[in-house]
Design a binder for this molecule. Structure first.
Ligand code: DON
Length: 303
């Protein structure tokens, strides 16, 4: 399979889509990123790495960080997180809180914002520094020791973070936070503000394509845990578009409002795409089209 040729073709094919949708602006400092950017990287589980377009340009990973905080919590604490968060698709936007009260403060899944706040809270209890733990994992798995938080993005999100603050307070009112609200929010905004390239993300996610085996060759997750993280990505990773994503792409995937999406082909490779312009569900328009083309061309879907 000529994977390098395929990713280069995909970059050409998505060019007409790059203007569709809108770059996220509810976190004001994300709104400055030009919509014309596009990158793709494929990291094979047995070593080779392929990339095209702006695949080495860092961007804000945002909600993609929720995959690694969940993986870390599961690595420390196998199953106890599921007492505090469900694992069902919400069918609602990533920042919705309508179900949270109806469900007595238990978020529908760990990838909507309310669920990710609970996971970050747990990681804070387990490590004392949740955002630092996520950064540490991503540095060691990607091999990029320079990757870091974008302080301006984190501050911008904090300044406009009324909805996440409201969710965190509602969680606390149900006794579903172990740490002070402000500390949980600070760690959550920092982990979302990590800057990484498609190359960094594909490499850092390879443990999910290798049944939990880390970049160093040792188990980070058990094969069963890796299966479970991938399953939650499939059902909940793209929010109220998870059905559409499964239909078009046919892989576990996790999006972020910075325009990145990570997808996993278990046993074969991890893929990261980046196109900042988002559709109505907060997922990259060109990114989904690129992953659709990738699984169509390669036949590498789980279905
Ligand atoms: O909490 C937020 O709203 C952002 N830090 C992350 C949202 C996000 O990336 C949703 N994904 N598509």
């Amino acid at each position: 399979m000529d994977v390098q040729g395929i990713v280069e073709d995909i970059v050409s094919e998505v060019q007409p889509l790059l203007g569709l949708g809108a770059v996220a602006s509810y976190i004001p400092s994300l709104g400055d990123v030009p919509a014309e950017n596009f990158g793709v990287c494929v990291a094979m589980s047995d070593g080779p790495v392929y990339g095209a377009g702006q695949w080495q340009q860092p961007f804000s990973i945002q909600s993609i960080s929720k995959v690694y905080s969940l993986a870390l919590v599961m690595s420390y604490d196998y199953d106890s997180i599921w007492k505090r968060v469900f694992r069902e698709p919400s069918g609602t936007p990533f920042n919705s809180m309508v179900q949270l009260e109806a469900d007595n403060g238990i978020p529908r899944n760990p990838f909507i914002n309310a669920g990710a706040l609970v996971v970050t809270d747990r990681l804070l209890t387990l490590t004392g520094d949740a955002a630092g733990a996520v950064r540490g994992l991503l540095r060691s798995e990607s091999g990029n020791q320079e990757l870091d938080f974008d302080a301006a993005v984190a501050a911008s999100e904090a300044e406009h973070g009324h909805r996440n603050s409201a969710m965190a307070h509602l969680l606390a009112s149900y006794g579903n936070l172990e740490n002070p609200v402000d500390l949980v929010l600070e760690n959550y905004f920092k982990q979302c503000a990590l800057r990484m390239s498609c190359e960094d993300l594909a490499l850092a996610s390879r443990f999910l394509a290798r049944h939990g085996v880390s970049a160093g060759g040792t188990p980070f997750l058990t094969p069963n845990q890796a299966k479970r993280v991938n399953a939650v990505m499939l059902t909940c990773g793209t929010y109220d578009a998870a059905g559409e994503f499964a239909y078009r792409v046919g892989l576990p995937g996790k999006s972020g409002v910075g325009g990145g999406i990570v997808a996993i082909v278990p046993g074969r490779c991890s893929v990261a795409v980046w196109g900042p312009s988002l559709g109505p569900n907060g997922n990259s328009v060109a990114g989904i089209a690129a992953l659709d083309a990738f699984t169509t061309r390669t036949g590498w879907s789980i279905f």
